[in-house]
Design a protein around this ligand. Structure first.
Ligand SMILES: [Fe+2]
Length: 367
């Protein structure tokens, strides 16, 4: 009973997390300039935007550390030293951070700040403030025109910093929520695997293999992320499979196979409320389809089978063949690869098998 409650609680947590994830995904998508970018990409865009709109030779983004005592360079171009960091003091960067206002300085070489920022003639700094806290600062230095900074430059820098603040904060939150969601899914899957001695570790291995094949195929990072969640959840429908079947120590009979074959459909039903998981649900539902349309569960064939499901099918079979089962010993990696190759064009998509072979070469070098 307790275990079922744990599974229910985890399902609820996943539902809540995925709702929050959806809202953030939306925010992330609509942010005008920096949509769909990683933190690194956002920072690179900020410096290049600062260079072109303000007309400077040098620009950098600095992040504040956790306890707010150090500013470290995240991205820098021009003559900015990328290893530059500033411990909290009364210097000009910190004054701007603390006042949450931009500041400009000219003729630096003639002032007491020359040792603080060696090599720069003029500089303007603006704090990057998110909704929750100050995240760091964007710095521009030395105009192409050799002029000083004017108030219109400071307004431009404030606009860039304001956009940057929202985009960086959203990207951080997005990453955190994604990690939480994946963590909750992993716990749910562990609860499932604990109920069968034969499936321990299966999910994590299938996830590793599917992601490896997906990367060889050149999938975009967003698709790889979906493939990863699909792989982590691919056998979730087995929650509803009678435990005595999952734990059986000998070959299954025909009726028991019918029960086992329900798990892809059940998995899709369990997750159907998660609207933003549409592709993931279809991948799970069709991960036991055969390329030629014969002997699959739903009778889909070739391109009708979702692309990620075709990858998952190969990854899943490779792990099944290289793991012990109650009715047979595991095969060597070489024999498992041969068996997968022999099913190319019948059970498996030839394009996926070609990428699987490339991945397997790399994989056997590492393991
Ligand atoms: Fe499965």
């Amino acid at each position: 009973m307790e275990k079922i409650n744990t599974e229910n609680d985890l399902s609820l947590t996943i539902q809540e997390l995925s709702n929050a994830y959806e809202e953030l995904s939306l925010l992330y998508r609509i942010s005008e300039v920096f949509s769909f970018l990683s933190v690194d990409e956002i920072c690179s865009r900020i410096v290049s935007e600062a260079v072109t709109t303000i007309g400077v030779k040098t620009a950098a983004v600095l992040f504040l550390d956790e306890d707010g005592t150090k500013l470290c360079t995240e991205t820098g171009i021009g003559s900015w030293d990328k290893k530059r960091e500033f411990i909290r003091d009364s210097g000009i960067l910190w004054k701007s951070i603390d006042s949450k206002r931009p500041s400009a300085f000219c003729k630096l070489k003639e002032t007491e700040h020359r040792d603080y920022l060696p090599g720069l003639s003029s500089l303007m700094v603006c704090p990057i403030v998110g909704k929750l806290k100050t995240l760091g600062a964007v710095v521009v230095a030395d105009k192409e025109s050799e002029e000083e900074f004017y108030s219109k430059d400071s307004k431009l820098l404030m606009t860039i910093a304001a956009q940057a603040g929202l985009a960086i904060e959203n990207a951080f939150l997005y990453n955190e929520l994604e990690a939480l969601l994946i963590g909750a899914i992993r716990s749910l899957v562990k609860a499932l695997e604990a109920s069968s001695q034969w499936t321990a570790g299966h999910t994590e291995r299938v996830t590793e293999y599917a992601v490896g094949i997906g990367r060889v195929m050149g999938l975009e990072s967003e698709t790889v992320e979906k493939l990863k969640i699909s792989a982590l959840l691919h056998d979730i429908g087995k929650i509803a499979t009678p435990k005595e079947i999952l734990n059986k120590n000998c070959k299954l009979d025909e009726l028991e196979w019918i029960e086992i074959k329900k798990h892809p459909g059940l998995g899709a039903e369990i997750l159907e409320e998660l609207k933003q998981f549409k592709d993931i649900i279809l991948t799970i539902k069709y991960h036991h389809e055969h390329w030629d349309g014969e002997r699959g569960i739903f009778g889909l064939k070739e391109e009708e089978i979702p692309f990620m499901a075709r990858i998952l099918a190969v990854a899943d079979t490779f792990d099944a063949l290289t793991s012990d089962r109650p009715y047979r010993k595991r095969k060597s990696k070489e024999d498992a690869i041969k068996e997968i190759v022999s099913c190319t064009g019948t059970q498996f998509d030839p394009e996926v098998v070609a990428s699987f072979l490339k991945w397997a070469e790399h994989f056997s070098l590492q393991h």
